[in-house]
Design a protein around this ligand. Sequence first.
Ligand SMILES: [Fe+2]
Length: 444
Amino acid sequence: MTTANTETAGIEQLRTRVAEQLERARARSIALTDAVDDDDLVRQHSKLMSPLVWDLAHVGNQEELWLVRDVGGREPVRCDIDNLYDAFQHARADRPALPLLPPAEARRYVREVRDKVLDVLERSPLEGRRLEAGGFAFGMIVQHEQQHDETMLATHQLRAGAPVLHAPPPPPGRPLPAAEVLIPAASFAMGTSIDAWALDNERPAHEVFVDAFFIDTAPVTNAAYAAFIEAGGYDDPRWWSERGWAYRQHANLSAPRFWLRAADGWLRRRFGVVEPIPPDEPVVHVCFHEAQAYAAWAGRRLPTEPEWEKAARFDPATGRSRRYPWGDEDPGPEHANLGQRHLSPAPVGAYPAGASPAGVHQLVGDVWEWLDSDFHGYPGFEPFPYREYSEAFFGGDYKMLRGGSFGTDPVAGRATFRNWDHPIRRQIFAGFRCARDASPEELA
Ligand SMILES: [Fe+2]
């Protein structure tokens, strides 16, 4: 083949991949919204969340704005609803009171937008203009829909009533050879300048020096967290930051969200099922303050964002940073618990093929990991394609979360992906692992 032919074949491959990813995201949105009746779709299951029908039409509206109008240069499908579905105009708590599209109309709307987008995709060169090069705008919209699908999954977790979602259990765990590993001091390339679908906040790649530290080979488990509770961790201000303790008092925290005290131990409610807590699974539904208090009680601390990313991506053999802990290839079912394939985190040791070169497991998938870092742009940050995507959140009251959860799709599961949330949030699928400084004796 000539170079021109090879390039055309590459573009056609990309077009097929984009179409598949759009289809996969939509199948998930439909499954999450078809699982409940119209009454449940328009209801607010928690003040923290939008009604599911808002998420659905918002996904369609963003797709219309970016792909139909901007990339496609087409006439609006419905410009009368832009304001309703603008996340910056209406707080989640206020969304149920808006004159939202009823379920049947919302479904019709997202279908109509999608039909036009598939036509735009056929005609887009997928190169040239920055928004279209490498299919970026399509990738951004796919990731956006998948992120809302994870949000809708969290709404399902908050919903009262009988279970409506079903999935096989995750693979079994197995013991790990070590509880923690040393990551030696060295600089590494953090972020990316080459991943076509990476978002503005992951860019550009830049060298960061990270001092030697120890990091847990697995996220903190339910059993370990229960020991913190039994030891009176929630009643001892010594372990909490001042702010964390104030919040613990204010919200009367005494265990992870969805845990229930039973006569002989703990139960949890998970997507409508009440069950004993699996001891070996990563703890989930704790806020940053709880994670930080546990770490202090355990004589440790939370990792920083550069520490986490170095543990997840740095390959000491080559000196380069990988896309994922296991290498550059996209996540398969053997690598990580992603994509709502299972409806819970997997027990520790369930993904040996997903470990990093240093032997750190389950960095990607299972639970988002709270980190002791605030949200800022990397040196050389440029907002793209709009300021509100990331920059509007820099310096706000957020803590970083990394690695995705069992509810995160692989398309947003790369190890450079950055998530952030308020330090008091517990409805998200977040847990944590611990780290500690390496002492001079340990390094000698
Ligand atoms: Fe959104």
